[in-house]
Design a protein around this ligand. Structure first.
Ligand SMILES: Nc1nc2c(ncn2[C@@H]2O[C@H](COP(=O)(O)OP(=O)(O)O)[C@@H](O)[C@H]2O)c(=O)[nH]1
Ligand SMILES: [Mg+2]
Length: 332
């Protein structure tokens, strides 16, 4: 509760562009829970102009290096940019953190580039629970673009696809698994595909194979680009393609459609998280909840029956503790 209050106190500081307030807000978001959710909701209206691009792909493909290069291109246009690097599988190792610090070293003293690494393991609700409010906070701080880096090949539960406007898949030459996944159709086709490390002799062949694969599918117009993140070769072109892609999405209504669908998913996710929390609380804290648990453990009643009754207990308990169900909605 106390956290919730301090979170709301941050709102003005963030809107005013206070970088320390921003850092603090993202720390709250990383911890998850009520404060994170409250921050996300506080900024709901602020984020409409912020374009969010997700960069996903296998570790070592060069995502971080590419994002630093993209930040360079955007800074040359005097656009501010925020980079959110999310590691859903592990807590931070200092090594990973240090690596990204080095990759973004050239932007270190630049207020126009905000770089933040987040670990989401242990955050209840996973990647979305942390990233959705983080994006809202960055949107409120008036970053016109947020670039989200995350590991993955687009088919696991920590999918970045669910929380961004546009997905860029970053592969390395040889491509392996991801190319196979695209071919087999088990992987959702991203909006843009990048074969990074264009200096590798296999890069061109990988791009050709990807284009051929995509041509035979229903999504034949997805661009496949080559970049060298170390020299910046192809990075300007990539930024142009991403811009065009956003523009196209905006004009066709796709952007609006995706955002609406995302809000819907986010609402359901939030409700499920609250429900799960409430059920566990009912089992631990409510007398009848504890009794039901004991009876099912002792074999007095069956789990289906107990589950149904536990839900009843949970709903009653929840409406008492939140005031929902009476008409106190606006008192928070
Ligand atoms: N040769 C070459 N190496 C690159 C390129 N981009 C990134 N790297 C290197 O690939 C390694 C992994 O890069 P990193 O950005 O950490 O990959 P991430 O795990 O996808 O974020 C680092 O050693 C980079 O210096 C590139 O375009 N060409
Ligand atoms: Mg990285």
């Amino acid at each position: 509760m106390e956290e919730g209050r301090s979170a709301s106190g941050l709102v003005d500081r963030i809107r005013a562009g206070d970088p320390r307030g921003l850092g603090r807000a993202l720390t709250l978001v990383e911890r998850g829970g009520e404060a994170a959710a409250a921050l996300g909701d506080a900024f709901l209206a602020d984020q409409t102009e912020t374009l969010v691009a997700g960069f996903t792909g296998p570790p070592g493909a060069g995502k971080s290096t590419l994002l630093a290069a993209i930040a360079g291109v955007l800074r040359a246009r005097e656009e501010r940019v925020a980079v959110l690097s999310v590691d859903p599988s592990s807590r931070f190792t200092n090594g990973a953190l240090l690596g990204d610090r080095i990759r973004f070293a050239e932007h270190f003293l630049d207020d126009g580039v905000f770089v933040r690494s987040m670990a989401t393991r242990g955050v209840y609700g996973g990647l979305a629970a942390a990233v959705v409010p983080a994006i809202a906070v960055l949107g409120a701080a008036a970053f016109p673009r947020v670039l989200v880096e995350t590991v993955g090949v687009g088919q696991n539960e920590v999918d970045v696809v669910d929380v961004v406007d546009l997905v860029v898949l970053v592969l390395m030459p040889g491509g392996g698994d991801a190319v196979q996944a695209l071919k087999a159709g088990v992987m959702e086709v991203p909006d843009v595909i990048v074969v990074n490390k264009a200096d590798d002799p296999r890069a061109e062949a990988t791009a050709v194979e990807l284009r051929r694969t995509l041509r035979s599918g229903p999504t034949n117009r997805r661009p496949v680009l080559l970049t060298n993140s170390l020299t910046g070769e192809g990075v300007g072109e990539l930024v142009g393609v991403i811009d065009d892609c956003f523009e196209e999405q905006r004009e066709s209504g796709e952007l609006r459609h995706r955002r609406r669908a995302r809000r819907e998913r986010e609402t359901v996710r939030m409700a499920l998280a609250l429900a799960s929390d409430a059920v566990w609380r009912a089992i631990a804290e409510d007398e009848e909840g504890r009794r039901l648990r004991q009876e099912v453990v002792d074999g007095v009643i069956g789990p289906a029956d107990a589950g149904r009754r536990l839900l009843g207990v949970t709903c009653r308990l929840y409406s008492v503790t939140t005031g929902n169900g009476s008409s106190e909605e606006s008192s928070g």
